[in-house]
Design a protein around this ligand. Structure first.
Ligand code: F6R
Ligand code: MG
Ligand code: MG
Length: 375
């Protein structure tokens, strides 16, 4: 059976700042999507990461389907009405236009979709990250799909040993989708050269070179490219098929133990460690730290099993403690150097105003004539 998985994610309001959606808001979104089961969709799941709501829909209509996108849009619109009625902060903030126009891409919400022929058993993982950007998945995906130090399947499994094709998008290019395809392992250094730059080059999808099957897809939308100004961070979602022709669940999860530093955190303008968290974790310290959560499923004949929460395990408590230490360590240096994102990536315009105001006050002086300080 050919199945499509579509995740569409948006922040349409939260309690106490940009922390977490309310129960009535979630119930509204849930109810709206549930009404489509048996019609447009065969099953669904609603996950929360920080202030974001991610709707996973199972259907047979393929990727980019207008009616599926419309369904999610209407669910977020209905959620926004609840958020406004409750006075939630940032109600409707990720819905950048008033009317839906065919495809949700470019309208604010993040989208990650994949169509495939269901294997007899089809395990997959859904990830959601908050207070960070799509490039936050670059390193975990590189390690999981291209590094035998992480994924022993690259050595041990004949199927996985044939490597993977990475499709990488230049997310600074706004006229269309500017992508490049690189094969691992032959082009590993080229791949690393791109993926070091999380702000600009983002893994969009990964494909098995053994079967040609798609393994992963990441939402690559950048809100500030779309809106031209700050409207919230890009908070990416991702789908990864696992096992057999693909890395095992544990090989996909393992790189998140690095809790690597990513862009985002407070005001989308800082650097912080990506902390793997349990379902339902809110944002807190310095509006963060950047968090990632995961839901694991099997899909069969268009129906989902219950979701499991792979980061709800004692192992990840140690990682969380380390991530908290990394967060506090980098925060000790405040605005200085590596703690804050480069000028081009700052999400708020305040500093631009300061720089523009100060520029005319700079003077070019002869080296030996400092301004006299004392009369
Ligand atoms: C980051 C984020 C928050 C806000 C911050 C200020 O993605 O959402 O850190 O940037 O709380 O929010 P405003 O400008 O709404 O007061
Ligand atoms: Mg968010
Ligand atoms: Mg937000």
């Amino acid at each position: 059976m050919t199945t499509t998985l579509s995740i569409i994610k948006a922040d349409v309001g939260s309690i106490a700042g940009h922390a977490t959606p309310s129960k009535p808001l979630l119930a509204t979104v849930h109810e709206h999507i549930a009404g489509a089961v048996g019609g447009l969709i065969s099953d669904f799941f609603v996950g929360v990461t920080g202030d974001d709501i991610a709707i996973l829909m199972v259907h047979t209509r393929g990727v980019g389907d207008e009616e599926i996108h419309h369904l999610a849009w209407d669910a977020f619109k209905a959620g926004t009405r609840t958020a406004k009625a409750q006075g939630l902060y940032g109600a409707g903030q990720d819905l950048l236009i008033d009317a839906f126009s065919g495809n949700i891409k470019g309208l604010g919400p993040a989208v990650a979709e994949m169509e495939f022929d269901e294997r007899p058993n089809e395990p997959f993982l859904m990830f959601g990250a908050d207070k960070t950007e799509p490039g936050a998945y670059n390193l975990p995906l590189y390690l999981a799909f291209a590094d035998p130090m992480n994924t022993s399947g690259l050595l041990l499994s004949p199927e996985i040993n044939q490597g993977f094709r990475f499709r990488v998008m230049d997310v600074n290019y706004t006229q269309g989708d500017r992508v490049i395809e690189l094969d691992a392992p032959e082009e590993l250094y080229d791949l690393a050269a791109l993926l070091r730059d999380n702000d600009r080059y983002v893994v969009e999808s990964i494909w098995s070179r053994h079967s040609g099957e798609q393994a992963a897809v990441v939402s690559t939308q950048r809100l500030h490219n779309i809106a031209g100004k700050y409207t919230g961070k890009d908070d990416p979602v991702m789908l990864v098929r696992v096992q057999k022709d693909f890395p095992a669940t544990g090989e996909i999860l393992a790189p998140f133990a690095v809790a690597h530093y990513v862009g985002g955190f407070m005001r989308g303008s800082h650097v912080g460690p990506l902390m793997p968290v349990r379902d339902g974790t809110k944002c807190s310290y310095f509006d963060g730290p950047p968090i990632v959560c995961c839901f694991g499923f099997c899909v069969h004949n268009g129906k989902l099993t219950d979701a499991i929460d792979p980061f709800d395990h004692p192992f990840w408590d140690t990682v969380r403690t380390r991530a908290a230490e990394k967060a506090m360590e980098i925060r000790r240096q405040g605005f200085s150097g590596a703690a804050m994102l480069p000028y081009s990536e700052l999400e708020y315009g305040g500093i631009v105003n300061i720089m523009e105001r100060l520029q005319p006050r700079f003077e070019i002086k002869a080296p030996a004539t400092p301004t006299a300080i004392v009369g």
